[in-house]
Design a protein around this ligand. Structure first.
Ligand SMILES: Nc1ncnc2c1ncn2[C@@H]1O[C@H](COP(=O)(O)OP(=O)(O)OP(=O)(O)O)[C@@H](O)[C@H]1O
Ligand SMILES: [Mg+2]
Length: 295
């Protein structure tokens, strides 16, 4: 259970294509994130992790919609707001300022014809009105915070390595000191050493800024490193949620057990077991049937 009042509470979020609203891609997802805590959402490809994250910020594609649920956000200053009720203009003021997102592939999120310094500066000007020398000083301090030499502010994205580009994305996302950072597989495209550096950096920033973090991954090694809370998704639904210790050491659901069985041990000895989906689907049906039985 979270110790402090939640920053974000998803309550019964369901997502479906607009033209087939009965075909739910995400079903009744509920979890919360507290300030200074990392909630990891894990699950295999297609389990609904990204759609859940995108729905928080009103960034679902035009073919999709929320069919139920609330996205309650409370930064501790402006009272509780249901983000799912806000229009795009109101959401734009929150995006980048109070809630920031980092995506998997930095090259698709960075503009190739603008310097990284300019791109880091954009949200500082938009949200905080910074200009001139104050702006340049802030850009330099953000770059050094993420471990990039200040003179790289004048570089273009293709002049940086993959790890450096992802650091630039982190500098952009934390520029306005958001209270919530949503990171969707931000290290998947990077090699393990750089991945470890980025995870350490995000963890440090989370602690330093008391940020809440929603971290999406399919990698239990990452979960073991940075999670406080863990949410496991399977076919659009949460099948298990709890503290990192509960979920990793005492998994209850067959899907979590199957995912954990796929993780090699420290010496890489454990053979990777393929997941038996027919059996899992059957177990899931049984779990749902049990839920419907009145206690
Ligand atoms: N615009 C869309 N229209 C219809 N279906 C979609 C759309 N976007 C995603 N989906 C479907 O919704 C499901 C969940 O997708 P989502 O991107 O959330 O998965 P994910 O858990 O993030 O997977 P990955 O680990 O591969 O990123 C998938 O079955 C996907 O095909
Ligand atoms: Mg995804």
């Amino acid at each position: 259970m979270n110790k402090v009042a939640p920053l974000l509470q998803l309550q019964g979020i369901s997502i479906a294509p607009k033209n087939t609203p009965a075909r739910l891609l995400v079903k009744q997802v509920s979890f919360s994130i507290a300030p200074g805590e990392t909630t990891c959402v894990v699950g295999e490809s297609g389990s609904g992790k990204s759609l859940t994250a995108l729905s928080i910020m009103g960034l679902l594609s035009k073919q999709l919609c929320l069919t139920s649920g609330q996205v309650l956000f409370n930064d501790g200053h402006s009272g509780e707001q249901d983000l799912s009720k806000l229009d795009q203009a109101a959401l734009r003021k929150i995006r980048g300022a109070k809630i920031a997102m980092i995506f998997q592939e930095p090259m698709t999120s960075l503009n190739p014809v603008l310097t990284v310094g300019y791109q880091i500066g954009e949200s500082l000007t938009t949200h905080l009105g910074l200009k001139g020398e104050a702006l340049q000083t802030k850009i330099a301090s953000l770059l050094s915070m993420v471990g990039i030499p200040e003179n790289r502010a004048n570089s273009y994205p293709d002049e940086l390595s993959g790890g450096q580009r992802q650091r630039v994305m982190i500098a952009m996302s934390i520029a306005c000191e958001p209270c919530l950072l949503i990171a969707d597989e931000p290290t998947t495209a990077l090699d393990v050493t750089v991945q470890a550096q980025i995870l350490t950096l995000l963890d440090e920033l989370k602690t330093r800024m008391n940020m809440g973090m929603l971290f999406i991954t399919h990698d239990f090694g990452v979960v073991a490193d940075i999670a406080d809370q863990v949410v496991v998704m399977f076919r659009g639904e949460i099948v298990e949620a709890g503290s990192k210790q509960q979920v990793l050491q005492h998994p209850q659901h067959p899907y979590t057990k199957a995912l954990l069985a796929c993780v090699p041990d420290a010496e890489g000895k454990k053979p990777l077991k393929p997941i038996d989906y027919a059996w899992l689907a059957e177990s899931q049906t049984q779990v749902q049937a049990q839920r419907k039985v009145p206690s």
